[in-house]
Write a protein that binds this ligand. Structure first.
Ligand code: ACO
Length: 382
């Protein structure tokens, strides 16, 4: 028998087709349902992009108003869910907190379904669940940051759109338009990225006919790792470690000698630059001006140019988004939960796509353990 051709990490493997997004590393482009992501980030609200990912088309005015009404009506954390959150240690990593709360919501939402064959739900139920998760996640993430700092929960504001309300619930201040714009862009840029590790995890779970919440909980677990979403948090640790632009060269000498990876750089698919970075960098530049923090821009530029010139490895989206979220006032631990709040749209679009055209995802493995052997004393049944 010939040796199986193993693609470690499934690198270069096409696992299925998707109509949700297209990543083209040749042209450094990312399309959501056909639209270039930078065009969406420059013109649309995150709510409109969520609609696009779920339905395949941008919403009409009425459709957007309807989605916004449902989103507003589902923003608040119910009291019984809040009790569970308050029972968690404030020192829990917020990714663990959000993962646990989504799992809990699943328990509430699917209560009464006692036949596993009904677990997957209907397309209408799953669209509804997707919209409600999208609506409640900002409150969970915002409350997580506030709870860690010993601050009271801030109730959502009906008069604010998604991005402004998210910032309001986190900071309790009316956000400046430039901050709302940068935040909205980051949500759109993080919303979807084809078969990345977390989305693929969600699709694997969905392929067993499990429920949407289980798919999302699994996806959050995959996102937490620093080779995936956890990198935006790790970028800020690196910035703190380096301190200022003058320290970049000696810092880089040391970490490259120690063969450490520089978080926020490199990508499995893009090898000549991440298509989302220029748009997020513009948002970061606007924040640097708004908060008058040229030191952040200097460190960002110095590390990027030194690392790219030495290794030819380019920044990914986590590189500009880490410092952008920090300037907005989010604490470092909240960065990856922000990624969840954005990617819930892409994950759920993929879960529904998987459900609509399902095949159990079950690859093969080549075995390299011991040859067959036998347990001493075992007697085959007569
Ligand atoms: N820092 C230093 N070296 C790197 C980096 C990096 N960030 N990224 C890749 N390399 C090097 C590797 O050490 C390896 O070198 P070698 O061939 O001498 O051993 C080579 O480039 C190939 O790296 P792999 O990890 O095999 O490439 P892969 O395509 O599997 O990796 C990945 C992609 C995991 C994202 C990688 O670039 C990495 O670890 N980056 C840092 C983590 C990060 O920023 N993740 C965010 C991803 S994007 C997102 O989730 C929005």
């Amino acid at each position: 028998m010939s040796e199986p051709d193993i693609k470690k990490g499934l690198a270069g493997v096409y696992a299925d087709v998707t109509a949700v997004s297209k990543v083209n590393p040749e042209t450094n482009s990312l399309l959501y349902r056909g639209y270039p992501v930078q065009e969406l980030a420059g013109t649309q609200s995150f709510e409109a992009v969520a609609y696009l990912l779920w339905h395949g088309e941008l919403p009409t005015g009425d459709q957007l108003a309807e989605l916004r009404a449902v989103e507003r009506a589902n923003r608040a954390i119910p009291a019984d869910v809040r009790e569970f959150i308050d029972a968690m240690p404030t020192s829990a990593h917020p990714m663990d907190e959000v993962r646990t709360v989504v799992s809990l919501l699943g328990g509430f939402e699917t209560a009464g379904i006692d036949n596993v064959l009904d677990a997957a739900g209907t397309p209408a139920e799953n669209l509804d669940r997707s919209v409600r998760l999208f609506a409640i996640l900002p409150a969970i993430v915002a409350y997580g940051q506030r709870r860690r700092h010993g601050l009271e929960i801030i109730e959502p504001r009906e008069d604010l759109d998604y991005a402004a309300n998210f910032l309001w619930m986190t900071f309790g201040e009316e956000p400046a338009p430039v901050v709302v714009d940068a935040f909205n862009r980051s949500m759109i840029l993080y919303a979807e990225h084809s078969f990345n590790a977390s989305t693929f995890t969600a699709r694997v779970i969905t392929s067993t006919l499990s429920d949407l919440y289980s798919g999302v909980v699994g996806a959050i677990g995959a996102l937490k790792g620093p080779l995936h979403g956890g990198a935006n948090e790790a970028v800020l640790h690196i910035f703190t470690e380096i301190g200022s632009a003058e320290n970049v060269v000696p810092w880089l000498d040391e970490v490259l000698a120690a063969k450490r990876k520089i978080m926020g750089f490199g990508h499995r698919v893009y090898k000549r630059g991440d298509s989302r970075v220029p748009t997020m960098k513009l948002a970061l530049d606007a924040l640097v001006d708004h908060y008058d923090r040229p030191d952040v821009a200097a460190l960002y530029d110095a590390l990027e140019s030194e690392f790219v010139s030495r290794k030819g490895i380019y920044p990914n989206l986590d590189y500009p988004s880490g410092p952008a979220y920090s300037l907005m006032g989010f604490d470092t631990l909240t960065f990856t939960p922000l990624f969840i709040a954005a990617r819930i749209t892409g994950w759920t679009a993929h879960i529904m796509e998987q459900q609509a055209s399902n095949a159990l995802i079950r690859p093969l493995s080549a075995y390299d353990g011991p040859d067959e052997r036998h347990v001493e004393g075992y007697e085959p049944d007569a």
